[in-house]
Design a protein around this ligand. Structure first.
Ligand SMILES: NC(=O)C1=CN([C@@H]2O[C@H](COP(=O)(O)OP(=O)(O)OC[C@H]3O[C@@H](n4cnc5c(N)ncnc54)[C@H](O)[C@@H]3O)[C@@H](O)[C@H]2O)C=CC1
Ligand SMILES: O=C1[C@@H](O)[C@H](O)[C@@H](O)[C@H](O)[C@H]1O
Length: 335
């Protein structure tokens, strides 16, 4: 069975996803593209012989669309995710699932009514081989339980429109999700530390910052978010257990040894660092849709991450005091 995919949001991520579906993956074709920018929809659809739409609603209900990928701005996600659920179509929505906990709750309620998990959130790191190996080492139990996680999320630079809020709801949200995934438990409280700012930032930005979180069992997570580091895209993670540590390999790149030294080539963006993870995430989603099954992170994961983001933003606004994460009990639907 070939899955006919409609994409909403023909920007940077949307186009990268179209290219991977058409060139790297199997079992799916692109049949429709929607964007509020008509020219963007037309130019993205044309190479794939897909139909261009100005309205996401029309695309979701189009007969030539079996499943939907959403890659619009975070604020626009919730209404389209709910429309997909109401149309009974599987949807892979880029992170964040929504920008408010209330919208995430509305999405979960729509799924519960539909009686079926239809939503996958684009937390692609769950499909990265390094993070999966780290989880396997922890879950083996050989080294005892986890006590600490040290994370670093460094981007070479960000555009002027990117805000300090985005350092949490757009960037640190990846560590929030991956730590929940690795540890298999919720984050209970969070605070934001604000060290000396780099001069290489736009004036309005508090860069770097450190998100410090504590899980329900007391594991301490520190996440350095540093988005104007200049030299490249560098994602690090070390999990400390009672009798051992496990950390991500440096980069998903070859190792070079020459007269200048012994080094890895440096990734420059999420596209090259997580190319394989994105492909694995999308291939497993396509395969699952063909089997009429859910895969990957759920709406609950999107909700839980948003609740941690909300608490972190409150800490940022209150001078860095610790804030408890407030969330509903996990519904059995997502158990
Ligand atoms: N997983 C990852 O590592 C990454 C995920 N993202 C996520 O992907 C999503 C898109 O990000 P980018 O592609 O960088 O943004 P972008 O700004 O390049 O593209 C967004 C596109 O969505 C369109 N759009 C906005 N609202 C719309 C609506 N209501 N209906 C139809 N089209 C609409 C815009 O016209 C634009 O073409 C965001 O949720 C972002 O957080 C972005 C970068 C990396
Ligand atoms: O999701 C992403 C972007 O939206 C975000 O702006 C970057 O900081 C992240 O590294 C990238 O993975």
């Amino acid at each position: 069975m070939t899955i006919r995919i409609g994409l909403i949001g023909a920007g940077g991520m949307g186009r990268a996803h179209l290219a991977r579906i058409a060139n790297d993956l199997s079992g799916a074709v692109i049949t429709a593209v929607a964007d509020i920018n008509h020219d963007a929809a037309v130019s993205a659809a044309e190479p794939y012989g897909a139909k261009a739409y100005d309205s996401s609603e029309a695309l979701i209900n189009a007969p030539e669309v079996d499943a939907v990928v959403i890659a619009t701005f975070g604020k626009a996600h919730a209404p389209d995710v709910i429309r997909c659920i109401e149309a009974g179509k599987y949807v892979l929505c880029e992170k964040p699932l929504a920008t408010t906990a209330e919208d995430c709750l509305r999405i979960m309620e729509a799924e519960r009514k539909a009686g079926k998990r239809l939503v996958t959130v684009g937390f692609m790191r769950r499909f990265d081989a390094g993070y999966q190996e780290m989880k396997a080492v922890l879950d083996s139990g050989e080294h005892g339980y986890a006590t600490l996680v040290h994370c670093r999320h460094r981007n070479p630079s960000v555009p002027e429109g990117y805000t300090t809020r985005n350092m949490i709801d757009d960037t640190a949200i990846h560590e929030i999700d991956i730590c929940r995934y690795l540890l298999g438990e919720e984050i209970a409280s969070v605070r934001i530390d604000t060290p000396r700012a780099t001069s290489r930032r736009f004036e309005h930005l508090q860069d770097p910052l450190v998100l410090v979180a504590t899980t329900a069992s007391g594991v301490l997570i520190d996440d350095e978010v540093n988005v104007n580091i200049q030299f490249g895209y560098s994602i690090e993670c070390e999990l400390v257990m009672e009798a051992g540590t496990v950390r991500l390999g440096d980069q998903e790149k070859v190792h070079v040894r020459d007269v200048h030294g012994n080094r890895n080539a440096m990734c420059q963006s999420h596209i090259d660092r997580f190319q394989t993870a994105f492909n694995t995430e999308f291939q497993s989603w396509i395969n699952a849709v063909a089997r009429d099954e859910h895969t990957g992170s759920t709406s609950w994961d999107g909700y839980a991450a948003t609740c941690v983001v909300d608490a972190a933003l409150e800490s940022l606004g209150n001078g860095g005091r610790e804030v408890s994460v407030s969330m509903i009990d996990k519904p059995t639907f997502y158990a």
